[in-house]
Design a binder for this molecule. Structure first.
Ligand SMILES: C[S@@+](CC[C@H](N)C(=O)[O-])C[C@H]1O[C@@H](n2cnc3c(N)ncnc32)[C@H](O)[C@@H]1O
Length: 270
């Protein structure tokens, strides 16, 4: 078949004619695309248009009804369908892709998929062999080819001077006996003008938690950590409490968390 049918109506007679138009012919010679094309160009009868509109309106109402019905259960459905980290991954998209990022004390590599999907290179550092192996399995299992795993300690980082654009330490510092030494190491590996991001526990007195987590410090006073960060070569340091632990996501007896960010001295704003 190498044409399409044009249909004309004259009184009670229908006229069909074939017009050459090779592009409209399906490779298998089927008439379906030709008919669909023809139908698409015909105005719908008014009664059918009204019925269609009613169905469309009804479906829109059903979607609104669905969200009104599920209400608070949406949080549960959202996590069930998409997990909990996709929004964080979306926000990371605001940062430059070309950065090299160090995740220090990466643990099982929880952050690695999100970091790896955006940044050019990720250096994941971890002193505990079993944790490092878990991180390695995660990186291999999820084909995170831009992640380099290194066995090492925050007080003696296996990384060159000024080689990263962002150094992250999430829930690590309270395990380190000498935080000043650790912060100085972070300052060493961060490029001038580049950033540091630390997530920590606020000071607490929960002995069961302290013992369960094998912590070294009972959290930190955010102001004190801010001063220490400035003292080790960071500027424009800012701190704010995180909502997670206070929300229904966290356990009620877990300490509050805060995030501290700063820029390494020695360069104009980046
Ligand atoms: C509470 S876990 C947090 C892991 C990961 N950052 C996360 O958010 O899931 C603390 C991690 O810090 C590591 N760690 C403990 N002391 C450290 C040190 N001196 N230098 C680097 N990492 C250390 C532990 O082995 C552990 O993997």
């Amino acid at each position: 078949m190498s044409g399409w049918f044009r249909i004309d109506a004259s009184g009670a007679t229908s006229l069909y004619s074939a017009v050459h138009c090779a592009m409209d012919v399906a490779p298998d010679g089927s008439l379906t695309p030709l008919l669909m094309n023809w139908l698409g160009q015909r105005p719908l009868p008014a009664a059918m248009r009204d019925r269609l509109q009613r169905v469309v309106n009804q479906r829109a109402g059903q979607a609104r009804g669905f969200f009104n019905r599920i209400g608070r259960r949406w949080d549960e459905l959202r996590t069930e369908a998409f997990g909990t980290t996709f929004a964080m991954e979306a926000f990371i998209a605001l940062l430059p892709r070309e950065w090299t990022v160090a995740d220090i004390g990466t643990g099982t590599g929880h952050l690695l998929p999100a970091l790896s999907s955006h940044f050019a290179k990720v250096i994941a550092i971890e002193p505990a062999e079993v944790m490092l192996e878990c991180a390695r399995q995660r990186a291999t299992g999820e084909s995170l080819s831009n992640v380099e795993l290194r066995n090492g300690d925050l007080t003696k980082l296996p990384a060159d001077d000024e080689c990263v654009d962002l150094a992250i330490a999430v829930l690590v510092l309270h395990h380190v006996p000498n935080p000043n030494e650790a912060l100085a190491e972070m300052a060493r590996v961060v490029r001038p003008g580049a950033r540091v991001l630390i997530v920590e526990q606020e000071s607490h007195e929960n002995q069961a938690f302290y013992e369960r987590m094998q912590d070294h410090w009972w959290g930190f006073d955010p102001k004190d950590l801010e001063r220490r960060l400035v003292g080790t070569g960071f500027e424009r340091v800012s701190c704010r409490r995180l909502l997670t632990a206070a929300s229904d996501e966290g356990s009620p007896d877990s300490p509050s968390l805060f995030v501290l960010t700063g820029f390494r001295n020695g360069c104009d704003e980046t």
